[in-house]
Design a binder for this molecule. Structure first.
Ligand code: NAD
Length: 360
């Protein structure tokens, strides 16, 4: 019997290519893993009638850990996001996204080392939405007008933004505990409390209360989200761990990925009390499907996070160092890491994984 049984969801779009690359790299560290491969997303929707079959949830609940490729979410219509549904159904409330710059990249700043802690279960991502023109939507608008004496145009669609004390407390605690365990000095809470007093205002108040419990051990600061965007672009070194509600966390993750060289390099983890699902920040980049072109590093580094979570630190460090070496050599890298994106010497997804494996 293997030491670990781990669910692998290849995903769709570029998912299967980057998942396979990551799986091969993780296996090459010699950590003893048996992979249970289950399908979700557009690959199964016709056969199963849903993009997220119960068997996928059951597999993760049983194995406690999954590595997941990206899955497409159609814009506006069609099924709701499988990615969001998975996080909600498994209560994977913390989204952890380290953004670290590696030497050898053509990026504006060196030594960027930020960690994003994004709340994963509520906010405008809760999926509580009312479509324009429907009976329930008109009833809701009427009720809101009665209760708030504010006008909403009748032809509006409405999305609800719940932010609770419970979820805020646990995500801010997660950020501070992460900071303590990983020798981080500062946690910054990000919000728009000046405008949304009862959702972001609550987030800020609870963050301040939790920060009080860590006084003297971890510094606490706060920033309004629009100001944070500017500060991150000008002075990323002023930040350490950022804790954010769901939507701002999503947007700031991509900004920070851009700071360290792009989405091809940004890993992530969704962590709850019982299970954890590791996946890159990027999506399924449909236009690159099947081309063996995109960067596998975000997915491989998600595997590094997974190995750390399993306390396989030696294997995690070895794999991260191999990635670092390949990036700094700049030879066996995908197009996005070349100075000129049309550089014909760029290698494919699987060749970059091969080069990383050779360094192990
Ligand atoms: P995306 O992240 O898929 O791609 C945007 C662009 O980023 C790509 O066109 C490409 O230029 C670049 N990129 C992304 N991954 C890369 C990689 N590994 N290597 C090199 N370049 C890379 O974002 P999108 O186009 O907005 O979304 C496509 C689909 O993915 C949507 O349906 C979206 O909902 C979904 N999505 C899924 C997840 C997830 O599975 N967790 C996350 C984000 C988006």
């Amino acid at each position: 019997m293997s030491k670990y049984k781990i669910t692998l969801i290849p995903g769709d779009g570029i998912g299967p290519e980057v998942s396979e690359a990551a799986k091969r790299c993780i296996d090459a560290t010699k950590v003893d893993i048996e992979w249970e491969i289950v399908e979700a997303g557009s690959a199964v929707i016709e056969k199963e009638g849903t993009p997220l079959p119960d068997s996928v949830i059951e597999s993760i609940k049983k194995n406690k850990i999954a590595l997941k490729g990206p899955i497409v979410t159609p814009v506006g219509t069609g099924f709701r996001s499988v990615n969001v549904a998975l996080r909600q159904r498994l209560d994977l409330y913390s989204c952890l996204r380290p953004c670290k710059s590696y030497a050898g990249l053509n990026i504006p700043y060196s030594d960027v080392d930020l960690v994003i802690v994004r709340e994963n279960t509520e906010d405008l991502y809760a999926g509580i939405e009312f479509e324009e023109g429907r009976k329930e939507t008109l009833e809701l608008i009427e009720k809101i007008e009665q209760l708030s004496s504010k006008k909403i145009l009748k032809d509006s669609g409405v999305s609800i933004k719940p932010i609770s004390e419970t979820a805020t407390k646990r995500i801010v605690k997660f950020a501070f505990e992460y900071a303590l365990k990983n020798n981080r000095k500062k946690v910054t809470a990000v919000h728009k409390a000046n405008i949304m007093k009862f959702s972001d205002g609550l987030f800020l108040r609870v963050a301040q209360e939790v920060a009080g419990e860590y006084e003297g051990r971890v510094e606490f600061t706060e920033n309004i989200v629009d100001n944070l965007c500017m500060q991150l672009v000008l002075r990323p070194h002023n930040f350490d761990v950022l804790v954010l509600p769901n939507l701002y966390g999503d947007i700031i993750s991509d900004l920070c990925a851009g700071l360290v060289g792009g989405l091809g390099l940004a890993p992530g983890a969704n962590i709850g009390d019982d299970c954890a699902v590791f996946e890159a920040t990027h999506g399924s980049a449909p236009k690159y499907t099947g081309l063996n072109k995109v960067n596998p590093v975000a997915m491989i580094l998600s595997g590094v996070l997974m190995l750390k979570y399993l306390k396989e630190d030696a294997a995690a460090d070895k794999l991260e160092n191999a990635v670092k070496e390949i990036i700094s050599e700049g030879k066996s890298v995908t197009y996005d890491l070349k100075k000129d994106r049309n550089d014909p010497s760029a290698v494919g997804t699987s060749q970059m994984a091969d080069a990383i494996i050779e360094k192990l």
